[in-house]
Design a protein around this ligand. Structure first.
Ligand code: SF4
Ligand code: SF4
Length: 358
């Protein structure tokens, strides 16, 4: 029996990421289902960025998407992060997640929660890592930072997901406007039985990014209950990001990015040097020296210097054994333990509530 088949279906992403280098394959894919979004977060340019010119009419058809899932399976991908934009703007999200689960993928999705309460039932059991975005313990500055008035929906979504037994966690983008609110965020996440994943805001489209001095606030709470901070990420961030001459980012090796219209975005969504049609030809292309050279070049482009895009850098840590590998592994092991503890706590409280309800 293969090692990966022994892992529980809902084991967190780290198990997949660590298997990548062992299997010599990219094991994670960012599948961009849309670039559209009903929010306008100050730290994101996806819905107004250069790619949003893509008309929805050019998005992959249902048949093409199913073929993409089959190809990803053949390539050895284990975890698909269905991302955007706001994934729940896609009416067929439940279908896509269900097809991914049928094929044995582990699934991840991040939502701004504006549409989750209405769709929760339909998505139940289809997402292994369900991330809700929340920027403050109270409505402000969350609603201002996200420009979508979604605070109440996030709070409601946590309660719905808890009752449905869904594996939810909070993604907290650490900015200069909310760094002082970390203690309140931790209290809220404990009350709502959620993990708080602290993700520093990085610059990539002219936004400032969080000041290095505010990272210390994340470091200070990294060992607290309900908190997940990746020490490898902090280290890269504090050092000013990726270095082209000695890259921390191994996008292409660790992670594949697929666009809504069915192209592999190389090396990553944020800096596209090449778009390659994601059809069956890619399976043989991945065996060529040309692709190996391209994999080797990822993280080494001029534009990769100073990049702190942790979505691609975090999975990359497991592709070379160095200090980042160790720091990230320690943080991720801690995350897995916390996640199991919180899931046990949720199950217990649901059982007590069911008993009390008779
Ligand atoms: S909700 Fe997500 S995709 Fe939409 S603007 Fe905010 S960060 Fe970007
Ligand atoms: S370093 Fe940044 S720009 Fe370069 S491939 Fe990685 S994520 Fe993309």
């Amino acid at each position: 029996m293969k090692l990966q088949t022994l892992l529980p279906t809902r084991a967190p992403a780290m198990a997949d990421l660590v298997l990548g280098p062992m299997l010599g394959k990219p094991v994670m894919a960012y599948y961009y289902v849309t670039y559209k979004c009903n929010a306008r977060c100050v730290f994101c340019n996806i819905p107004d960025g250069p790619m949003d010119v893509l008309p929805v009419s050019q998005y992959s058809s249902k048949e093409q998407t199913l073929e993409h899932l089959d190809i990803l399976k053949e390539l050895g991908v284990r975890l698909i992060d269905f991302t955007g934009g706001e994934p729940l703007l896609r009416k067929d999200m439940g279908f896509l997640l269900g097809e991914a689960k049928k094929r044995g993928f582990r699934t991840q999705m991040t939502t701004n929660c504006t549409l989750y309460p209405k769709r929760a039932k339909e998505l139940q059991g289809l997402i292994d890592i369900l991330c809700f975005s929340l920027c403050s313990p109270g409505p402000e500055p969350h609603n201002t930072l996200r420009r979508d008035n979604s605070y109440d929906s996030v709070i409601e979504s946590m309660e719905i997901a808890r009752r449905l037994g869904e594996p939810y966690q909070i993604i907290f983008v650490l900015t200069n406007d909310n760094a002082d609110l970390l203690p309140g965020m931790i209290d809220l996440c404990r009350e709502k039985q959620a993990i708080l994943k602290i993700q520093p805001e990085w610059e990539y489209f002219g936004n400032d990014g969080v000041d290095i001095k505010n990272l210390q606030k994340a470091r200070d709470v990294a060992r607290e209950k309900n908190v997940y901070v990746n020490w490898g990420e902090l280290r890269v961030f504090e050092a000013g990001g990726n270095r082209a001459e000695k890259p921390a980012c191994r996008a292409g090796n660790a992670v594949l990015a697929i666009s809504p219209d069915g192209y592999l975005l190389y090396p990553c969504y944020h800096k596209i040097a090449q778009r390659i049609k994601f059809d069956r030809n890619i399976i043989s292309f991945f065996k060529t020296d040309r692709w190996k050279q391209m994999q080797d070049k990822a993280g080494k482009f001029k534009f990769c210097d100073d990049c702190s895009n942790l979505c691609y850098i975090h999975p990359s840590f497991y592709y070379q054994f160095d200090r980042n590998f160790v720091l990230s592994a320690l943080a991720d092991i801690r995350y897995m333990k916390e996640r199991h503890r919180i899931e046990r706590q949720r199950r217990k409280s649901l059982a007590v509530e069911a008993l009390a309800a008779g």
